[in-house]
Design a protein around this ligand. Structure first.
Ligand code: CP
Length: 324
């Protein structure tokens, strides 16, 4: 098996973005670039022929579930899908442990999304095959960080010497937690944390990243936080994870639109969002008036999910060398 992860801590599982160091990320991205070429040429890949993915989503998902499914099938494998607790035996009281042990006897690799922080690690501990975290509540979303970082490298042309502004819900936004950890592998990274006080990044994660040499500054004003950013990473308010009181206290100020980009951002800004953006909110955090702006990278970002997740499967399943 390739040494993508710290196996002493995690087995073969992908639980946190902290498992990846600079070399493993660059290695993965080299495989992803190879996958992009193969996808463009519609080359048939059968390196995972006969293999089964268990795709278990106990929370809503569009991008993560379908792109893991597409990535596995593009490598020649087949997919077993379970969505929502209501359709699994957890609705009858079965534990995460028993569910994990049973399903891991049926398939070769498992992706899990679950509403509780730490639940995917608990699931992985009982699994006899590799488990990939597809999002554990407000905890982490490591594979989103992989495709986000891959997107930043493609859009900006480098991963060192960047100023990245994270805007919105930095407390409950798991994609933020994972991307900040992944960015901390690179040199001279400055992170601007732009959020209301109630939704700021946890002190613990900020201290952990500072200890790794990252410079982080907190801002309650968007113009101040965005002024020198190369990348702005917008986020949706994770209302489903907030109490009633927290929801009521949130201001709608942390939104980005065309006028604000031209007033507050550098000309070469790259605008990202893990999606979904909340188009049902009275004011969407990322206005659709930016959709024709070439600096909006959100759909190139989602497209990158396929080659990056294909590359991840190739490494986790031990076939990356075959592809190279
Ligand atoms: N970015 C992301 O995780 O999207 P989904 O919730 O649609 O999977």
């Amino acid at each position: 098996m390739p040494t993508l992860y710290d196996l002493r801590r995690t087995g073969d599982h992908v639980i946190t973005a902290s498992q990846f160091d600079r070399d493993s990320l660059l290695d993965l991205f080299a495989t992803a670039r190879h996958m992009e070429g193969a996808i463009a040429r519609r080359e048939r890949m059968d390196v995972l022929e006969g293999a089964l993915l268990g795709n278990l989503f106990f929370e809503p998902s569009t991008r993560t579930r379908l792109s893991f499914d597409a990535a596995f099938q593009r490598l020649g494998g087949s997919v077993l899908d379970t969505t929502a607790m209501a359709f699994s035996s957890m609705a009858k009281g079965e534990s995460l442990h028993d569910t994990a042990r049973v399903i891991s006897g049926y398939v070769d690799v498992i992706v899990v999304r679950h509403p509780e922080r730490g639940s995917v690690a608990e699931f992985a501990a009982a699994s006899v095959v590799p488990v990939i975290n597809g999002g554990d509540g407000p905890g982490e979303h490591p594979t989103q960080a992989l495709l986000d970082l891959y997107t930043i490298e493609k859009e900006v042309g480098r991963l060192n010497g960047l100023v990245v502004a994270f805007v919105g819900d930095l407390r409950y936004g798991r994609t933020v937690h994972s991307l900040i950890r992944a960015l901390s592998n690179f040199d001279e990274i400055t992170v601007r944390l732009v959020a209301p006080d109630s939704l700021q990044l946890s002190d613990e994660l900020e201290a952990e990243m500072t200890a790794r040499g990252m410079k982080l500054t907190r801002h309650s004003s968007m113009p101040e936080g965005l002024a020198d950013a190369h990348v702005v990473y917008m986020t949706r308010l994770q209302k489903e994870r907030m109490s009633e009181g927290e929801r009521a206290s949130i201001s709608a100020d942390f939104v980005l639109n065309a006028k604000r980009v031209s007033s507050w951002c550098q000309d070469e800004i790259v605008i990202m969002h893990p999606l979904p953006r909340d188009s049902s909110a009275p004011v969407c955090e990322l206005s659709e008036d930016l959709d024709s702006d070439p600096r909006l990278a959100i759909f190139r970002q989602t497209d990158n999910g396929i080659p990056v997740r294909m590359a991840l499967f190739a490494h986790v399943m031990g076939v990356a060398q075959e592809i190279a």
